[in-house]
Design a protein. Structure first.
Length: 126
């Protein structure tokens, strides 16, 4: 039962990440606002949209592929990305006087647990 729950949660988390990445392509101002940032101008906008789209689409895509193909190795990619994002948000606060993004860090921590848990259980038959 836990295996099925983890797989479903991993699919939901992956879908959320993937859709967030697509949103950066179709509604970048809204996507930026959702993360508490302004939409930049010029080359900064290109980097912001490109990097954020890549982060979310790759994390979501690898999560979905990992669950759907039963490949636990693929699930460590979104785990590493969201886990690193949480750690680097904390470092941004400690080292660069950034606001502490508690809600975003909490979401990333929950996703990290889901992806690692699913990676450990994805090959288990239920």
């Amino acid at each position: 039962m836990l295996d099925k729950i983890l797989k479903i949660l991993a699919i939901l988390a992956s879908t959320l990440l993937f859709v967030s990445g697509i949103r950066w392509l179709v509604d970048p101002a809204g996507a930026a606002a959702g993360l508490g940032m302004p939409l930049l101008e010029g080359i900064g906008r290109s980097s912001q949209i490109g990097d954020m789209s890549a982060f979310f689409v790759v994390a979501g895509g690898f999560g979905l592929l990992g669950v759907l193909r039963g490949n636990s190795t693929l699930l460590y990619t979104p785990a590493a990305l969201v886990g690193a994002a949480a750690v680097f948000r904390i470092l941004a606060t400690l080292l660069h006087d950034a606001g502490l993004a508690t809600q975003l860090i909490a979401v990333e921590a929950v996703m990290l647990v889901i992806f690692v848990g699913a990676a450990q259980r994805v090959g288990v038959r239920t």
